[in-house]
Design a binder for this molecule. Sequence first.
Ligand SMILES: [Zn+2]
Length: 257
Amino acid sequence: MIEYIAEKIKKADLVLIGLGEEIDMLTDLKNNSSYQETVRELEKSWILPFICKMKIEEESAQKAEFYQLLTAGLQKKNYFIVSLCMDGMIYRSGLDQGRIVAPCGGYEKLQCSEGCSADLYDIPEKIMEQVKLFANGDKTEQELKNLLCPKCGKPLVFNNVDALHYVEEGYLNQWNIYKKWLQGTVNKEVCILEIGVGMKYPTVIRWPFEKIAFYNKKAELFRVHSRLYQISEEIKGRGHGICEKPEDFIKELSKVL
Ligand SMILES: [Zn+2]
């Protein structure tokens, strides 16, 4: 199967990639018992998401290989990537940043918690230093200052789906570019690779990807997941479920690509 997929990628006019929860560092983090302890301690505190960002950055080397291999495999291809990952690792990879859309947002930008405007803000380096001091026990929560919206004075939060008033402008521009790219897939040979995408947001990747494979007779879908690799009956023949861990899959693929 792996050689068959490699051939499909090589031959395809276009490659559509979906990345999901299974490769998101946040999934690992949420299953980590010491982090769960931190979550219990800081449950209602504004600091918790900043601790989360700090942890992701500390462990970022873990995902570097996955993205390196993916980047190498997609070189010279006309590709687009839809990612549900919120860890931001994709932005540290060599992938073409103009060919990525991440509708869930992440920990790269801040927004007003009330969504009073569509403005996004950079994360001041100072705050991350403070959060590190707090995590090491060198500062108390009271000594840390929450970041406030310059427009309305309410707290700033990370620009992602966890925000109560998620500012979707953070990804909509890329989403429109993606939609245009999709229009160009009609009647083309499209290799669709869905990696580690679970059932959390099926309307973003899983269902639309199945639909493309259903309507475009030249498309072929490969769904890689350690548990949720099943393919619906309608696209059997042009859809393949592969029961494998994303990291193992990408290593195997890179050997034959
Ligand atoms: Zn505001």
